[in-house]
Design a protein around this ligand. Structure first.
Ligand code: IVH
Length: 662
C-alpha cells in the first residue's frame, strides 16, 4: 500500500505541475501522449486503491455522479453587481464624485477587462479548493463545486495555506471552442447557444458534472471574497497575489491616476480585447486602495468604488439601397432598411430595422447613405446612423408613405408611429392569423406563412375564427392545394381546438401579453370566461402582470369586435379551459406521453422517471416536436428554451403532480 501511495503522490504532483504549465502558462512540458500515459496510470492506481482517490486528485476533473439538485448556500460576503455606463463623461463624473467624497486623498484606479462570463465565487481553505458557488441572488448561490472541479485551469490546490481565501471571477466558454460547439450542435440538429456566455451558463447548470467535464470551460479570477490570513491593501497587490498562488487572472490590466489616463487605458483595452480568449464587453474601473473602498461603501446594489464602462456592440458600415415598409399586427408601419449585404458579428446582414420615422428624421438617414449598423448578441440588427462625410449629394430624404402598402388606405399618425387604420387591412389580418397559428401559440400544423397569405388574399380568412370555418371544398379553391394537404390542414385546425388555454390567450395577440403572461393568466384564472370578467385589480394580483399589461387586457376584452371573435371561437369548439382541468377530466394522464425532465426537481429525477415509465409514459433526454410535456424544475436551462421555441407544454412540478394523480 505504501508503495502505491508513494507512486500516487508522485503522479499527482507531476500531473499538477503539467496541468499548471499547460493550462495556466500555455507551455506544455511533454507530449499529449506522454501526459495521457501518466494520467491513465493515475486512474488505474486509484481504481485498485479507491482510498487514494481524494477530491483534489487530478482524476476528479472528469466529474462525478450526477446530483439531483443544487444546494443553495449563503455567500460569506454578498456578491454585488456593478453600475454600468456607455459614456466617457459619466466615467469622468464617477472619478469626480469619488474625489469629492475622499477629499485630499491621492486616487489610483485599476482597469480590468469586463469578462462576459458567468460570475462565480471559489473558496479555498488551507490551500485546498473546497467550494464554488454561483452568484445566485447575490446573497446566496448554488453550490456548483463538482462542476467547477472539472475546469482545467482552476487549481484544486493553491500555493497559499491561508485559512480562508475566497476569490471571485467569471467562468467562460472560450471563443474558438464556442464556435466549434455551435457548429457541432447545428449539424446534429440541436439548438445552438446564443453566445459564449449563454453556453457557459447552460453548461454550469448541468447537474451531471461528467457532462461539464466534456466542455472546455475556463475561469478567470479578479475579486476578493472572504479572506482570513491574507494580507493585502490594494487591487494591484491582490491581482499579483492571486496570480502568484497559481490562479488565472486577467491577462492585462492598467493602473491610472488621472481621468485622461483612464480614458486612454479604456481605448487600449478595446484594441487588446480582440486577442483575449474570452468575450470582453467592457472595462471595469476599480479604485485601487481597499482602505478607500471601505470608506466609500456601497449602495444596495453596487459598490461606489467601481463602475463598468461598456463598449458598444459590433458595428459595420454599408449602403442603404432601399427602405421597405412593414405592416405589423396592429397596423403600425415599420420602416425596414434594405442594405447592401455585409458581414457583421458572424452573420450576413441585408436588412435592419429603422424603428420609426421619428428615428429616421432624428438620425437624418437618407436613401443611398453609407450607414453604420450594429448588432448586439441575438438582437435584430439596427441602423445607428449615417456616415455624413461620405455623402455625394445624390442621397434622397426618406418620406413616410401616404398610403398603406398593403391596402392603400390613407395612413395616420399615432404619436410617433404611422399606422394603417383599416381593421380589415390584409397585411394586418395576415399577421394576426400568422401569430394565432404559429408554433408558440395555437400550433396549427400546416398553417404556414404562404398558406395564410393565400387564405387572406382569397377572402377565406378575415380573422383567426374564420380558420375554424374552412372546409375541404373552400381550401381546394386555392392554387396548388391538393386534397391530401387540404385534409392535413383541416386535421391541424381540428387538433388546435384542444390547445391549452394559454396558447389561445397568447394567440389572440393582446398588446403586451406574451407567452409568459398568457401562462400566468391561464394558471391563475383557469378559464377564458374568468379572464373576461376580471377587473384591472384582479389582474394585478398576478405576479407577472403589471399596470400596463392589466390595462391592455381589460381594454382588449371590452371591445365589441373582440368579444364577437371570442364568441365565434367558442362556438367553433375551441378550448377555453386551462389544461390541468381538461386533462384530469378525460383521464389521459401519463400513458403514451413523452416527457422531458429539466432543471432541479424537489425529488430525485430517477423517481419521477420511474413514475412516468410505470404509468406507460416515456422519458426522453431532449426536447423535440414529439415531446408532449417538459417538466421544468428550478434553474431549468436550454431544454426549457427549446420547449418554448417548439411550443411544447411546460409543466411545473406541481402541475406534473396533478397530471400524475390517479
Ligand atoms: S468586479 C463588487 N471585475 O460584471 C464588484 N466584475 O455587470 C464585483 N465582471 O457582477 C464585480 N468582469 O460578474 C468585476 N473584472 C471584473 C469583471 C466583473 C466581469 C462581471 C461581474 C459583475 C458584473 C457586473
Amino acid at each position: 500500500m505504501s508503495q502505491a501511495s508513494n507512486r500516487h503522490r508522485e503522479l499527482v504532483k507531476e500531473i499538477r505541475k503539467l496541468d499548471q504549465a499547460y493550462y495556466q502558462e500555455a507551455q506544455p512540458l511533454i507530449s499529449d501522449q506522454e501526459y495521457d500515459q501518466l494520467y491513465r496510470e493515475l486512474l488505474d492506481l486509484e481504481a485498485a486503491h479507491p482510498d487514494l482517490r481524494t477530491p483534489d486528485s487530478p482524476s476528479q476533473r472528469v466529474g462525478g455522479e450526477p446530483l439531483s439538485h443544487f444546494t443553495s448556500v449563503p455567500h460569506a460576503l454578498p456578491m454585488q453587481s456593478l453600475d454600468n455606463t456607455y459614456s466617457a463623461s459619466e466615467l469622468e463624473s464617477f472619478v469626480d464624485r469619488i474625489q469629492k467624497s475622499l477629499e485630499g486623498e491621492k486616487l489610483g484606479f485599476v482597469i480590468e477587462p469586463k469578462i462576459d462570463g458567468v460570475a462565480v465565487s471559489v473558496r479555498y481553505e488551507h490551500g485546498k479548493f473546497i467550494q464554488g458557488l454561483t452568484r445566485g441572488d447575490g446573497q446566496k448561490g448554488d453550490d456548483i463545486t463538482a462542476n467547477l472541479r472539472t475546469i482545467k485551469n482552476l487549481p484544486l490546490e493553491i500555493k497559499s495555506k491561508a485559512p480562508v481565501l475566497e476569490v471571485r471571477g467569471e467562468v467562460y466558454y472560450p471563443q474558438a471552442a464556442f464556435d466549434k460547439l455551435n457548429r457541432q450542435r447545428e449539424a446534429a440538429g440541436e439548438a445552438t447557444f446564443a453566445n459564449p456566455r449563454n453556453a457557459a451558463a447552460g453548461t454550469l447548470k448541468q447537474l451531471d458534472s461528467r457532462l461539464v467535464a466534456k466542455r472546455p470551460l475556463s475561469i478567470v479570477l479578479y475579486g476578493p471574497g472572504e479572506l482570513r490570513g491574507v494580507e493585502c491593501a490594494t487591487q494591484q497587490e491582490w491581482l499579483e497575489l492571486v496570480a502568484k498562488i497559481g490562479l488565472p487572472v486577467p491577462e492585462r490590466t492598467w493602473f491610472c491616476e488621472t481621468k485622461a489616463e483612464l480614458l486612454n487605458a479604456i481605448e487600449d483595452l478595446d484594441q487588446a480585447r480582440k486577442g483575449f480568449s474570452y468575450a470582453t464587453d467592457g472595462a471595469v474601473v476599480k479604485l485601487n486602495e481597499w482602505r478607500l473602498r471601505n470608506a466609500l461603501g456601497a449602495t444596495s446594489k453596487a459598490p461606489r468604488w467601481a463602475i463598468a464602462y461598456k463598449y458598444s456592440a459590433e458595428k459595420a458600415v454599408t449602403t442603404l439601397d432601399n427602405v421597405s415598409f412593414q405592416v405589423g399586427r396592429t397596423g403600425v408601419i415599420t420602416p425596414v432598411a434594405e442594405l447592401k449585404p455585409v458581414l457583421l458579428a458572424g452573420t450576413t446582414v441585408a436588412r435592419a430595422t429603422l424603428h420609426n420615422f421619428e428615428e429616421i428624421k432624428r438620425k437624418d438617414i437618407r436613401l443611398g447613405d453609407h450607414v453604420t449598423i450594429e448588432k448586439a448578441g441575438e438582437i435584430i440588427p439596427a441602423v445607428l446612423g449615417a456616415v455624413t462625410e461620405a455623402r455625394t449629394g445624390a442621397e434622397k430624404v426618406i418620406e413616410p408613405p401616404k398610403a398603406c402598402p398593403a391596402c392603400e388606405t390613407e395612413l395616420g399618425w399615432d404619436g410617433i408611429f404611422l399606422r394603417c387604420p383599416n381593421p380589415s387591412c390584409p397585411a394586418q389580418t395576415q399577421r394576426k392569423i400568422q401569430h394565432f397559428a404559429q408554433r408558440g401559440a395555437m400550433d396549427i400544423d400546416g398553417m404556414g406563412e404562404a398558406l395564410v397569405e393565400q387564405l387572406v388574399e382569397a377572402g377565406l380568412a378575415k380573422d383567426p375564427a374564420d380558420l375554424y370555418q374552412l372546409t375541404e371544398e373552400k381550401l381546394l379553391t386555392l392554387e396548388r392545394m391538393a386534397e391530401k394537404s387540404a385534409r392535413n390542414v383541416l386535421a391541424g385546425i381540428e387538433a388546435s381546438k384542444q390547445a391549452d388555454l394559454w396558447r389561445l390567450i397568447f394567440g389572440l395577440g393582446i398588446l403586451h401579453v406574451g407567452a409568459g403572461s398568457a401562462r400566468a393568466l391561464a394558471n391563475h384564472f383557469g378559464s377564458l370566461e374568468e379572464i373576461e370578467k376580471a377587473t384591472e385589480e384582479d389582474l394585478l394580483k398576478i405576479r407577472d402582470v403589471g399596470d400596463v399589461v392589466a390595462q391592455s387586457i381589460v381594454t382588449w376584452f371590452a371591445r365589441e369586435e373582440n368579444r364577437e371573435l371570442l364568441h365565434r371561437l367558442r362556438t367553433a369548439g375551441v378550448n377555453t379551459k386551462a389544461q390541468q382541468v381538461a386533462v384530469r377530466a378525460d383521464g389521459t394522464n401519463l400513458a403514451g406521453k413523452t416527457f422531458v425532465l429539466t432543471g432541479t426537481l424537489s425529488e430525485p429525477r430517477e423517481n419521477v422517471k420511474e413514475r412516468i415509465l410505470a404509468a406507460g409514459g416515456k422519458v426522453s433526454g431532449s426536447v423535440s416536436k414529439k415531446t408532449n410535456y417538459v417538466v421544468a424544475g428550478e434553474n431549468a436551462g436550454s431544454k426549457l428554451e427549446d420547449a418554448q421555441r417548439l411550443g411544447v407544454t411546460v409543466l411545473t412540478e406541481a402541475e406534473f403532480a396533478e397530471l400524475a394523480k390517479d
